[in-house]
Design a protein around this ligand. Structure first.
Ligand SMILES: [Zn+2]
Length: 132
């Protein structure tokens, strides 16, 4: 099978949710950071995170940050992934009024547009309700 070069090059960042794990104490972070907050170790390795989780809390922004203005109102959620790691990211494909604590969601990694790339939030991760 052949892929257009760009898609092939971006396959990991687009389809995997990658964080880092501290080799010393095992703490996991997303987004990746260079130093462990708990033990100050700089030895962190990439680790793939589970894409599914539950909403722990959320907030509806009627004036979202630069890069998301055309999506208002925008829901930002704190999501606890299946391995316990907590990630703060916007929701997509959702009616803001239907969002609930405990809702099952899955990560979607979308190509970032130019505005988002230079915005204050440097990642293209979003979560959408999980349809069972
Ligand atoms: Zn550590």
């Amino acid at each position: 099978m052949t892929y257009p070069a760009r898609i092939w090059r971006e396959r990991h960042s687009r389809y995997r949710l990658v964080g880092v794990r501290c080799k010393k104490c095992g703490a996991i972070y997303y987004p990746p950071r260079p130093v462990c907050e708990k033990c100050k170790s700089r030895e962190l390795e990439e680790v793939e995170l589970p894409r599914r989780g539950k909403i722990i809390s959320y907030t509806i922004l009627h004036n979202p940050p630069v890069g998301y203005r055309d999506q208002a109102p925008l829901v930002f959620a704190l999501v606890e992934l299946e391995n316990g790691v907590r990630v703060f990211a916007p929701l997509t494909d959702v009616d803001p009024h239907s969002v609930e604590i405990g809702m099952d969601v899955e990560a979607v990694l979308r190509r970032i547009n130019r505005k988002e790339e230079y915005g204050v939030i440097p990642y293209a991760l979003k979560f959408r309700p999980l349809i069972r």
